[in-house]
Write a protein that binds this ligand. Sequence first.
Ligand SMILES: Cc1cc2nc3c(=O)[nH]c(=O)nc-3n(C[C@H](O)[C@H](O)[C@H](O)COP(=O)(O)OP(=O)(O)OC[C@H]3O[C@@H](n4cnc5c(N)ncnc54)[C@H](O)[C@@H]3O)c2cc1C
Ligand code: SF4
Ligand code: SF4
Ligand code: SF4
Length: 395
Amino acid sequence: MSGFDKLQTEVIGAGLCTDCGMCAAVCPRGIVVMDYDIEEPRLTGVCHPRCQVCYMSCAGKDIPVPELERMVFGRERNPSQELLGICREFRKGQSTEDKVRVAGATGGLISGLLIYALERGIIDAAIVVGMMEDRPWRAMPRLATNKEQVMAAGQSKLQMVPADAALGEALRQGFKKLAVVGLPCHIHSLRKMQLARNATKLAGCVKFVIGLLCGGNWTHKATEHVIDEVCGVSLEEVAKVEYRGGEYPGNFRVTTKDGRQVSVTSPVRRNHCWGFRHDRCGGCFDYSNDLADISVGDYHHAEMVRGVPGWSAFIIRTSTGLELVEAAQAAGYVATETIEEEYLLTGAYEWKIHGSSYHLEERRRHGLPCPDFHLPLTPGPLRRRLPYDHPHFKA
Ligand SMILES: Cc1cc2nc3c(=O)[nH]c(=O)nc-3n(C[C@H](O)[C@H](O)[C@H](O)COP(=O)(O)OP(=O)(O)OC[C@H]3O[C@@H](n4cnc5c(N)ncnc54)[C@H](O)[C@@H]3O)c2cc1C
Ligand code: SF4
Ligand code: SF4
Ligand code: SF4
């Protein structure tokens, strides 16, 4: 059975594919393409019957977190790190340049770090996510090689995107020093690819990994639904879609070809999206991107109100992450300050981790396919509670 046959049976056909795109990146024959309509990979050629490369790098079904932690950190998490994984420091950060910050989702921290790394030659390209030219509401991975391209790809795209697939394209174009930005599921497959050691050239190109926190994601149908149903704009009229357009926290904003703008707030967008949540996200157990060099999310502090300059909250996990942040700060690209751990724990954490434990238990009980994170999944109420007595939760 070829690796892709196994993916088809155990992952794609079982509803466990995260649309990460890694199978397309690593296939030595280049015969895997990502199908943007169904958000899954498709085979376009004939496999070598003994090839297992794509299967070994796929984290759709099997995510051996302890083994991956040993590879990345040299050790596994201890019980006190159950909530957010192995962490060195908690900080808030933002780009020091206003236009980079406003082009970003929260503080533009990620864009600031990527611009620094590109301009200093630490990387020659970054894997980011932009929009398609012919369908400007549909996200796709892109390679950014300069500041303008990084800024154009700023902000969260709240839909499934096979970002890892761009790694294969980066290699084909001859790039040798890459930064990867991705959701936890992108980073799971990236780390599995590094562990498997059967795509060593690709693995050797990755200089650092920036993870996004992820409370869950939606299929691209959610975006189409909101544009049409809530904004009252037909897809043919769309020129641009932003999920967090404008100053913090930004709005879902559609610009039409004749220059009209329609905005809705994030809570309104979310309310209309729930039915379109990607099925695999319900059993996902990584909120804080536990295998990245740094993990970045919203800064949920009382001072963060509409219109104030935004900050991103982030976790520094590795020495690579620490060196990057310190150097970018010393060079004046980003500003950072220490914050308490509690600011990384949000309502999304609660429904992601506690909810996923419950969801996975139920799926197992009914004999349905489940991703295996190799972590103890006790039912929600038995896991450590969130720090509800902290001012962050009272604000
Ligand atoms: C689906 C999704 C769910 C999220 N859920 C949470 C949450 O529950 N809690 C929380 O605190 N934060 C969450 N975030 C992260 C948050 O929205 C911001 O992305 C984060 O704070 C970084 O902001 P920034 O201004 O520093 O980044 P920016 O400077 O705006 O850079 C963001 C980078 O992320 C890349 N990117 C955007 N969308 C995607 C995508 N779909 N897949 C891969 N890469 C992408 C962009 O290309 C860009 O390089 C989520 C993000 C996404 C995409
Ligand atoms: S590698 Fe990613 S895209 Fe490919 S089958 Fe696995 S989860 Fe899906
Ligand atoms: S990596 Fe190997 S098994 Fe997977 S699709 Fe390519 S040739 Fe087939
Ligand atoms: S919830 Fe999990 S599977 Fe879904 S997009 Fe986020 S990291 Fe990926």
